[in-house]
Design a binder for this molecule. Structure first.
Ligand SMILES: [Mg+2]
Length: 284
């Protein structure tokens, strides 16, 4: 696929959805040039939403992190996290009880926002298992994996409760060329071991796309063809957009490298509408 410039296609759309990590920022901070893109959208009053599978902290904390990085125009309400979809589910589908979770205490805010009490997986014991009404996989930090995985397996052998995975990502990039196993992989391992079906939120699932598109409809964006999803990962951002019916653009600033993108598109069969090396606002 030919590489295009963002400036070549921007006028074809009335609104944009952005992935966060690998598109707006990476381990070094804001990705160069992208702050100009977001500033320009703000000036031109072109609406956008940031769709992130990061359920490690709430939207307000993610918003202030963006502003610290220099994205001064990003408002909290422009951010939609997979954790928020989990909150909606817990609010609507789980009536009462304690919600057990894997993640840091900061991530547990998504449980509290649903009006429920949380209990870290390490504090679940034989005598309080019957009070647990759901199990949520939020983040890969904040607990001992070996202990937590085995505790989850035993809990799910003893009680029948819904299990929610707030971030389906299998890996995430760390320093240099390294990756680390993400919470989605831990959940997948437990799911396969116990043989029960879990509920996944986050891209490529449709809930976040639907939520973001509903908000766009409220400000007059009527058609899915008016919205372009921009992401760095074929399996989540691009596949999710394709399934939901949005056009998509792969950017090569994160998970998918310039040397491998054509192979990756061939081997996955996930085809973006456009590929762009890097996001910037050059319209010369
Ligand atoms: Mg990404």
């Amino acid at each position: 696929m030919e590489l295009i410039r963002f400036a070549d296609i921007i006028d074809n759309y009335k609104a944009f959805f952005f992935d966060s990590y690998g598109v707006l920022k990476n381990q070094n901070g804001a990705i160069s040039g992208v702050i100009d893109v977001i500033n320009a959208l703000n000036v031109k009053q072109i609406p956008y939403k940031i769709l992130t599978n990061d359920a490690s902290r709430n939207r307000e904390e993610q918003g202030s992190k963006f502003r610290d990085l220099g994205y001064t125009g990003i408002r909290d309400q422009d951010i939609i996290t997979s954790g928020m979809m989990t909150t909606i589910f817990l609010k609507e589908q789980v009536k009462s009880g304690l919600i057990a979770y894997l993640g840091t205490s900061m991530a547990a805010d998504y449980i509290h926002q649903a009006g429920h009490e949380s209990i870290p997986i390490h504090d679940v014991h034989d005598d309080n298992e019957k009070d647990i009404s759901a199990l949520v996989f939020l983040d890969d930090e904040g607990y001992n994996w070996d202990f937590a995985i085995n505790k989850c397996i035993n809990l799910l052998r003893h009680v029948n409760i819904p299990v929610v995975v707030a971030n389906p990502d299998r890996i995430y990039p760390t320093k240099g060329n390294e990756v680390r196993m993400a919470i989605g992989s831990i959940a997948y391992m437990v799911e396969k071991t116990v043989g029960k079906r879990f509920i996944y939120f986050g891209k490529p699932e449709s809930q976040m796309f639907a939520h973001a598109f509903d908000e766009m409809k409220m400000i007059g964006i009527k058609s899915k063809t008016d919205v372009l999803m921009i992401g760095d990962t074929l399996e989540t951002d691009i596949y999710g957009a394709n399934r939901f019916g949005l056009q998509s653009m792969l950017v090569l600033s994160g998970n998918t490298s310039k040397s491998r993108y054509e192979n990756r598109i061939n081997s996955t069969g996930i085809i973006p509408d456009y590929v762009c090396a890097e996001l910037n606002w050059n319209i010369d």
